[in-house]
Ligand binder design. Structure first.
Ligand code: PRX
Length: 683
């Protein structure tokens, strides 16, 4: 990493309509609150905790931790001994305070016109009944429950019902393949799966139940038995199908979908609606310890094996609620819409927990941004008068490519905050979002965070922070970011280094499920005393933080973090491939994409047909979102004398840059020329 000389762009002040009503109205106010949060975290978070329900208070220290591997095992504990229930705080608390008739979620289906809504009281009823269903199946506190469901209101019911009884939910994004789902069921020995018959994603029909069936079979082959599969009916037509959470205005589209066929395996499979019909709506919450697990969520690991990131009760609750309140500047009459799938961390924290803990009205969208056309997002914003909107840079770039007319034909005057997450946002996309989508009236909030951080860690405050397009700006309360060089020394202004955090905030993950050592090695070993993000970045002369991207073997494709090792192992499973090396390649819409070098086994020859097969193999092993963009033959790979693949050289070859830098450690330089010659024309 080298020195950078970055131009200082113009500062964009917070829009006055946002600033006037904001919780934080100025940088002075932000700095004062921030100072307290890092100097007196116990006092700061202790005050915030007062807004929530605690069945009983902490019995030990409010905060206890070790962030330094040299001093023993890493641990982080907030509010030890306090008893609470996150579901109670997210749902019952609002019903109790008289807000039961407020809309908790509007639901917008894949096809325009297919929609519904649920109030906080209705949500409470659904959650309690479903929690009783889980109990009747034998789910107990601490049991892991897998959720493989589409974007329907019931997925939030599933999460909340688990949280209500202390079961640990583990959502697997319903775009992961059979193999990825299987792997995520086996490691935590999951016996309960909640799924749906199927889902339309744009014009594509996905048979979720069939994927679950295959995964359960594969588990069995490996000696693990799944006892219960609860199927939520979403697409299948049935006479007795009760549409109880949707006001179906009209159904011009594809639901119900008679073309969907599912197999039924009794007694393992059960219909969700049949179990719920027999369940009582009365289900007292289980009071849980502040540090009991709330959920686990797998994220890619640089070794190729996914890590089960574990979050706990009190800290995650405080952090998801507080970041939601301040970073979207939540106001009670807001209609808030986060487009992320509940299957990713953004959908956990900012579709479900953060908004519900604040009593917000949210939108859940089942479809995709370009179906039926590229105006869908803006049509939904007009329809519900969305005031706070949260999406990904890749979606912004995609829609930007369709031109402004798709945006401007809809009324977006309700928008006050327009936020992004998932990857660095390029200034061009940022400015389009600000100028065209927000019409210069809405604050752009670029939030940097990770599955591991639980919630935003670097983010503007919409009513206070003057923004610079492309910078995630400043730390959230309680977060202390530092930029280190390879030797662990803090770097100066404009110098790129590793982004680390020096003290715990309430939302930081507590462990990797079943592998605490991996947690310590991945996040705390490289720089003792710090949590290492794996991202690079720098601070400019005004203290603004610019995140430049991953500096480990991870690639961020359309905001989905993938490990190159995981793709490599999918490639080498092909009978003709002996070795593979995958690197990141810039992509105008996805941000990054993957470029794969494959070495053939003796006797096998490379062909364009093989490339197609390999792409298919990666889709099947991991999921369609992991599909490589480029495959090239590599008779040899550039390696050091000790045999380590030199990825920085491969990255240069992938983009056709002959300036490959220092090659003195390379075992055989002749491979470089060969690889340049074999580059596909399209790259
Ligand atoms: O590289 C960073 C990138 O996404 C990674 C985290 O991915 P994941 O755990 O899947 O969570 C995504 C949603 C929080 C980070 O290590 N990333 C996320 N947000 C930003 C970002 N990079 C730059 N700017 C962002 N705003």
């Amino acid at each position: 990493m080298a020195d950078n000389h970055h131009p200082s762009p113009v500062l964009i002040p917070p829009p006055s309509q946002v600033q006037n009503e904001a919780h934080v109205k100025s940088m002075d106010q932000y700095r004062e609150m921030y100072k307290k949060s890092v100097e007196d975290p116990v006092g700061f978070w202790g005050d915030i905790a007062k807004a929530f329900h605690w069945e009983s208070g902490p019995t030990g220290k409010f905060l206890e931790y070790n962030f330094d591997v040299r001093n023993g095992p890493i641990f982080i504990k907030w509010m030890q001994g306090a008893k609470t229930n996150v579901c109670y705080n997210a749902v019952d608390r609002h019903v109790k305070s008289g807000n039961g008739s407020k809309i908790a979620f509007y639901w917008e289906g894949n096809d325009p016109g297919d929609c519904g809504k649920v109030t906080f009281s209705e949500l409470q009823d659904k959650v309690c009944r479903f929690a009783n269903v889980l109990k009747s199946l034998g789910v107990q506190k601490g049991d892991r429950v897998a959720i493989y469901m589409p974007m329907i209101i019931d997925i939030t019911v599933a999460l909340l019902a688990c949280a209500r009884i202390g079961a640990v939910h583990s959502i697997v994004f319903a775009g992961f393949s059979v193999d990825s789902l299987t792997e995520r069921l086996i490691e935590p020995k999951i016996r309960f799966i909640l799924t749906s018959d199927g889902v339309w994603r744009g014009s594509k029909l996905l048979n979720l139940k069939a994927i679950v069936d295959s995964a359960v079979d594969k588990c069995k082959e490996q000696g693990h038995v799944v006892d219960h599969v609860v199927v939520c009916r979403h697409l299948l037509p049935e006479e007795e199908y009760v549409v109880n959470d949707r006001d179906v205005e009209e159904r011009p589209g594809q639901r119900p979908s008679p073309q969907l066929k599912i197999e039924w395996h009794a007694p393992r499979d059960k219909w969700w609606h049949e179990l719920v019909a027999a369940a009582s709506p009365d289900c007292p919450p289980v009071w849980l310890d502040a540090e009991d697990p709330l959920f686990m969520l797998y994220t890619s690991g640089s070794t190729g094996k996914p890590k089960g990131v574990l979050h706990t009760q009190a800290g995650y609750m405080l952090y998801s609620a507080t970041t939601f309140k301040y970073d979207f500047d939540f106001q009670p009459d807001d209609v808030y819409w986060c487009t992320a799938d509940v299957g990713w961390i953004t959908g956990h924290t900012y579709v479900t927990y953060g908004p519900l803990l604040n009593g917000a009205t949210g939108v859940i969208f089942e479809g995709v941004p370009t179906y039926p056309d590229a105006g869908r997002f803006w049509a939904i914003i007009e329809k519900y008068r969305v005031s706070k909107f949260y999406t990904a840079p890749t979606a912004i770039r995609t829609l930007m490519g369709f031109g402004d007319d798709f945006v401007t034909k809809y009324d977006r005057s309700s928008l006050k905050v327009i936020a992004t997450v998932g990857e660095p946002i390029n200034p061009e996309a940022w400015l389009w979002y600000y100028n065209v989508v927000g019409n210069k009236q809405a604050a752009v909030v670029d939030t940097f965070w990770q599955t591991e951080t639980g919630g935003h860690v670097i983010t503007p405050f919409p009513g206070a922070t003057p923004t610079k397009p492309g910078s995630a700006t400043f730390p959230f309360f309680g977060v202390v970011p530092i930029i280190l060089n390879e030797e662990g020394k803090e770097v100066g202004v404009d110098v790129e280094g590793y982004i680390v955090f020096s003290q715990p905030w309430p939302g930081v993950m507590r462990t990797v499920y079943g592998d605490h050592q991996r947690f310590e090695t991945t996040y705390f070993k490289k720089f003792p005393g710090y949590y290492t993000t794996g991202d690079g970045g720098y601070k400019d002369k005004d203290g603004y933080i610019w995140v430049t991207g991953r500096i480990d073997d991870m690639v961020n494709v359309s905001g989905h973090l993938l490990s190159t090792a995981e793709i490599e192992s999918a490639l080498v499973e092909h009978p003709t491939v002996t070795e593979a090396a995958v690197v990141s390649h810039p992509h105008s819409i996805k941000g990054e994409c993957t470029y794969c070098f494959v070495t053939m086994k003796n006797g096998s020859t490379y062909s364009p047909e093989l490339a197609v097969e390999l792409i298919k193999q990666v889709r099947e092993k991991i999921g369609p979102f992991a599909q490589p963009d480029f495959i090239q033959e590599a008779p040899g790979l550039p390696k050091t004398r000790s045999g380590k693949i030199m990825r920085r050289v491969l990255r240069k070859i992938a983009i056709g840059d002959r300036n490959i830098g220092d090659v003195t450690t390379m075992a055989d330089e002749s491979v470089v020329d060969i690889l340049f010659k074999l580059r596909p024309d399209t790259a």
